[in-house]
Design a protein around this ligand. Sequence first.
Ligand code: MG
Length: 378
Amino acid sequence: MSLQTSARGVAGYAAQSEASRGRRHAEPPATTRSDFQRDRDRIIHSTAFRRLEYKTQVFLNHEGDLFRTRLTHSIEVAQIARSIARALQLDEDLVEAIALAHDLGHTPFGHAGQDALNACMRGHGGFEHNLQSLRVVDELEQRYAAFEGLNLCFETREGILKHCSVANARRLGDVGLRFLQGGQPSLEAQVANLADEIAYNNHDVDDGLRSGLISIEQLGQVELFSRHADWVRSAYPAIAERRLIHETVRRMIDELVGDLLTETRHRIAQAAPVSVDDVRKAGPLVAFSDPMRQQARDLKSFLHKQLYRHPRVVSVMDDAQHAVRTLFAAYASDETLLPPEHRERVAGLGIRAVADYIAGMTDRFALKELARVTGPNS
Ligand code: MG
């Protein structure tokens, strides 16, 4: 592995904030912070970031105070991503910025909300939550006098845009190129992406158990879970259930992170990238080993079947989809239902402005709006 490090202690293959490809609008550098630190700080101060507190991860916000929200999910992703980044001598500020921003474009009501909005926007370019996260930081945040959005660095934007359709990539310029020509984003972006997966697989086990929709017995079929749960039970036979769950989940996270570090170090040693541009030209470098990828996949498919498609979750999500469709139809047919600034945006942007408005809503604001637009009798 290349141990050539910059003044700030990051390896040569890390994204270098002094050598950033820059911001869309030129700004003088900050005096006390690196450009990536500044991006992270801008994200934390954004309106979209505060909205994450009231947006659904899996369970609706009002279903219980202890379930993850998009905000606590994003903080957990940032924690895991930073740990990995430090061990690999990557830029921790960049990885944190990407992790904290990765879900800014999520609609209310989680994936159900995004599927409904995507269906509503069919024929108008669709709705992709990753692209919407980029749209939030590039265009929708209104905080600076001189430009729209947060004016983040290329490297942060590159990391936020995890997936993108070819049609949309064509419109995006530099940040869309890799979806057209192939290639990878920085290691920081790759780390944030897998930290997202580690975070949600594990916290959804915890939230799923807390909800009572899945059980420890059922999770016995999942090797990654049962291996650690069995170990904890044999080491602490009298352990209470809540502690058993926590001990098991933290051991799973630890094993996933450890495996990822070993595999990634191996791949970095083989590819020997000396710069972030070498990283972009190499294959995926941040990865689990094959056996661990399979185990993580098994856990994910368990959660899909037993939790995300649980009849109780599905029925709440059907209601959520109905709410999004109803709001969309209401605003699309009667613009006077929109606040004045959004009405103005519809005049300039068309129906995309309605999607932006709905995507920005928190769960509870969407429900309040639903009651308002459908009238007191519905
Ligand atoms: Mg996420």
